[in-house]
Design a protein around this ligand. Structure first.
Ligand code: HEC
Length: 173
């Protein structure tokens, strides 16, 4: 492929990504004024390999901020924690992890001894919930759980805020 072709492709791709980040009227934390894409790189909990998640799914201010920084803005937000609790029940997390994430047939989620130490961070826990593990934790991300079902990134952040509301750590440390 020629250099010109390649740079045209790149430009088109960048424009599409910027458009995706900027819809909804938010200035888009994932893109700065210079047009640089600032997005964290996700990795799968299974094998540490890069994990592609469509940036268009990060469609709320909180989700965009998370995409840019890896920090969960919903930590400590009572409204978000309430919403997260609903989803924790709706998606059966409660059945395997207990009503407050204290653990049941599945491990406790409030620390301090995580099976995967990365789950002490909100980015790590997001990746685990989104894409699952090798040892009995199914992917819950939208389109992975079922083609038209699963948690959107914003939902995952709320679920994490609920889990952290029972933990000593915030995951944003
Ligand atoms: C069918 C039972 C089941 C359901 C439902 C389930 N999990 Fe899990 N989860 C597990 C098991 C088992 C593990 C341990 C996996 C492993 O060791 O690889 C796990 C691991 C985890 C971990 C990593 C814990 C650690 O110690 O590192 C997180 C975070 C997690 N689950 C969150 C969730 C959330 C949030 C939901 C709901 C959206 C959910 N799980 C639903 C069974 C379940």
């Amino acid at each position: 492929m020629g250099v010109i072709m390649r740079s045209m492709l790149l430009t088109t791709l960048l424009a599409a990504m910027l458009a995706a980040c900027n819809n909804g009227g938010q200035s888009g934390a994932a893109a700065d004024a210079g047009g640089d894409i600032k997005a964290i790189q996700f990795v799968a909990t299974q094998d540490g390999q890069p994990l592609a998640i469509d940036v268009k799914m990060f469609d709320t201010p909180a989700a965009k901020e998370f995409l840019a920084t890896g920090k969960n803005p919903y930590i400590g937000n009572e409204e978000a924690i309430k919403e997260g609790k609903k989803r924790f029940n709706l998606y059966s997390c409660v059945a395997c992890h207990g009503g407050h994430g204290e653990g049941a047939v599945g491990p406790g989620l409030i620390g301090e001894n995580f099976r995967y130490s990365k789950n002490a961070t909100n980015k790590g826990m997001f990746e685990t919930i989104w894409h699952g593990t090798n040892g009995g934790m199914g992917a819950k991300g939208f389109g992975l759980m079922a083609p038209d079902d699963g948690l959107k990134p914003d939902d995952v952040l709320k679920v994490i805020a609920f889990i952290r509301s029972h933990a000593k750590i915030t995951g944003n440390e």
